[in-house]
Design a protein around this ligand. Structure first.
Ligand SMILES: Cc1cc2nc3c(=O)[nH]c(=O)nc-3n(C[C@H](O)[C@H](O)[C@H](O)COP(=O)(O)O)c2cc1C
Length: 189
């Protein structure tokens, strides 16, 4: 069973990005278990002193969630043309120690939604850069949900067929990346 950790970069309850993640869950297939990360809001600001002296429970839970996943799927909003602080902060915690961090060589995919026209493309690009810098294997596929309030019905279901298809392609690319990585590990063993 492949395990995917899904993360919404938004903390608000009616988040379009969280809705996008929920729509993606059903597109992964039966042999994939998707866990949506809970507790992003509990992660304290990164402080190297705290990291040295013993990180909080929230940070241990965050790192364990990343360590237990075969792949990571993130839906990010765009705040002032970049990654929301709470998401970047969580990734900073996960990234240390750099040499052994749980994102190292792990397949990761990024999608995004915004109320503007472009679907958080700048935040997505910066997030891909950050993930790659941490050591993740970022898949190329993209979904940019612009004008987000018009793309979901009142139950939070994505109503745009093209976007749904693109979301399925990202899910497929992520699962393929996991399979390739497992195959590589098998042949290297
Ligand atoms: C602090 C802040 C900055 C924002 N900056 C941008 C931006 O640069 N580009 C954009 O498309 N939307 C921007 N927005 C609007 C977000 O796209 C919108 O709030 C969106 O719904 C956030 O995602 P969510 O629905 O998942 O919470 C910003 C919103 C906030 C609160």
């Amino acid at each position: 069973m492949t395990k995917v950790l899904a993360i919404s970069g938004s903390l608000r309850s009616d988040s379009h990005n969280t809705n996008l993640l929920r729509n993606a869950v059903g597109l992964f297939g039966d042999d994939v278990e998707v866990e949506i990360l809970d507790g992003l809001k509990d992660v304290p600001p990164y402080d190297e002193d705290d990291d040295r002296e013993g990180a909080s429970e929230a940070v241990h839970a965050l790192r364990a969630a990343f360590a237990g996943a075969d792949a990571v799927f993130i839906s990010t909003p765009e705040y002032n043309s970049s990654i929301p602080g709470q998401l970047k902060n969580a990734l900073d915690w996960v990234s240390r120690p750099l040499a052994t961090n749980p994102l190292r060589n792990k397949p990761a995919a990024v999608v995004g939604a915004s109320t503007g026209a472009f679907g958080a493309v700048w935040a997505q690009a910066e997030l891909r850069k950050v993930l790659a810098a941490i050591g993740a294997r970022v898949v190329e596929a993209e979904v940019a949900v612009g004008h987000a309030p018009t793309r979901f019905d009142e139950d939070g279901t994505l109503v745009d067929d093209d976007l749904r298809e693109q979301l399925g392609e990202v899910a497929g690319a992520l699962v393929s990346a996991v399979a390739e990585r497992q195959e590589l590990a098998r042949t290297a063993a």
